[in-house]
Design a protein around this ligand. Sequence first.
Ligand code: FES
Length: 156
Amino acid sequence: MGDETFLDHVKNPRNVGLLDDANVVIQAGDPECDDKLIFFIKIEDDVVRDIKFLIEGCETTVATSSIVTELVIRQPLDAVLSISDRSISDALDGLPEEKMHCTAMAASAMHTAVHQYRATPKGEASSSTHSFEHYRIVAQVLNQPLAEVYSSDFDL
Ligand code: FES
């Protein structure tokens, strides 16, 4: 495990915060460890223009969330779909097997964002909930400003 890259992302997580003009919001959580996070994503013309996240979680979840934002930012959606738990782990110079569910949650969160965005007609809002073995993901496509959605129901 490459401690240097990992610790850098734990201590200085990239792209933390709210993204006011996000049009896709992904909540992800693992009920067993109680880690939870929200990705705010701006997708336009089939490209991830911007992404930020908020998190309450362990070091590995912080590092995987941080690195995944760097992996997807300014990438076309097809490239986002090719991101895997392994590629996230590799970008952190390797993670132990027992932490691979954290990378799987981050990869699933990005894939779910793309699928939800592509399945939603332009100008419409939508949401869906997905249960995986270790975690749960709620995906929302917004057609109103984030501030209005954020003050309503987030329920992981
Ligand atoms: Fe909580 Fe991996 S330890 S998601």
